[in-house]
Design a protein around this ligand. Sequence first.
Ligand SMILES: *[C@@H]1O[C@H](CO)[C@@H](O)[C@H](O)[C@H]1NC(C)=O
Ligand SMILES: *[C@@H]1O[C@H](CO)[C@@H](O)[C@H](O)[C@H]1NC(C)=O
Ligand SMILES: *[C@@H]1O[C@H](CO)[C@@H](O)[C@H](O)[C@H]1NC(C)=O
Ligand SMILES: *[C@@H]1O[C@H](CO)[C@@H](O)[C@H](O)[C@H]1NC(C)=O
Length: 338
Amino acid sequence: MRRQCVPLAATGTELISERPAAEMLHRKLCVRLLLIYFTAVGIFMTSSWFFSSYPRSFPPQNASLCACDKCIMDFEPGLSGLFNKTPELFLSTKNNISEKIFNWWRRLQPEWRSFSAYQTTVKKVFQIFPPSPQLTEPSPDRCRTCAVVGNSGILNGSHYGPLIDFHDIVIRMNRGPTKGYERDVGTKTTHHVMYPHSSFNLDNITRLVLFPYKTSDLEWLIKSLTPREKPDNKPGLEANKDLVMILNPAFMRYVHHVWLKKKGMYPSTGFLTLILSLHMCDEVDVFGFGADRSGNWNHYFEPLAVEELKTGNHPGNDEYKIIQRLQRLKKIRFLRGW
Ligand SMILES: *[C@@H]1O[C@H](CO)[C@@H](O)[C@H](O)[C@H]1NC(C)=O
Ligand SMILES: *[C@@H]1O[C@H](CO)[C@@H](O)[C@H](O)[C@H]1NC(C)=O
Ligand SMILES: *[C@@H]1O[C@H](CO)[C@@H](O)[C@H](O)[C@H]1NC(C)=O
Ligand SMILES: *[C@@H]1O[C@H](CO)[C@@H](O)[C@H](O)[C@H]1NC(C)=O
């Protein structure tokens, strides 16, 4: 039987499958061929990873962690301190944050709502949205491949679409569209990260991953996804409410304190998403991050408006250095597009 290197599940419904070994091997070969083709750089050994949500520290060095060539959680002395303090990734009914974490979180964006108001809102949230996140656990016979797709203009003309779609999990963020940009960014989205100011209508099989920066962001989620009284009775945002996941504020603090050593006000959405992916995947490929050749930070879906867009409150340079270090340690593969 002749098989081609095309995405097996471009619809995004299939997160992780238990594929027969031969098929996995075929997929690996395909991914490599595509990589070589797309980057023309050749020798990227299959990279990999850290871990997934549950191991709180690197496991014994001889343990088999995943079915990829390398797993993100494979022991790496230079990173061990970064992975053993990871809190739960997402809020759930079984996991609520302490007042200490809340007090850190509520300083991110000025809103002086009390801890008890936060708790009341969270309770309401879980009457509407799934009480626990749907995650694929790590397993020695599974290889969870992820593409983290940023919105940088470097994707323009990259032809990365098929390669991106080849991953089990494809995480996009904010206003990053696929329609009209399929050749460069692909068609598949399994997870779409957003916050109220960057909201984006989703299809009904994509997981909405809310990054909440304040209590009213949670209220926004409730309001946007429950039918309005008027005028047409439809929710303000299109998305499947059974596929909502909410990033744990404690995870944001962990990324800021442990990964960024408290630099900047708080981590950018892109960086948070990347570190999150290290905890959900066995292998991570990063697309659409960083400035283009001329140092511009535009989006692939918008013509360059402002030369030299600044990164605002976010510690952009420190984040970039960490991304480069992860790449040097072969924990992520960074596909630049040029
Ligand atoms: C891994 O090493 C530990 C300690 O050296 C040993 O107890 C364990 O049996 C080993 N596991 C495997 C799967 O070889
Ligand atoms: C956290 O959640 C648990 C389980 O639902 C509950 O028993 C506990 O009171 C909650 N703690 C706070 C501080 O809300
Ligand atoms: C998703 O939407 C499609 C088309 O709008 C519909 O056919 C399908 O039944 C929906 N699936 C779910 C799970 O709601
Ligand atoms: C993408 O590249 C094409 C060709 O170089 C250019 O015409 C277009 O304006 C670019 N799009 C954006 C959004 O920068």
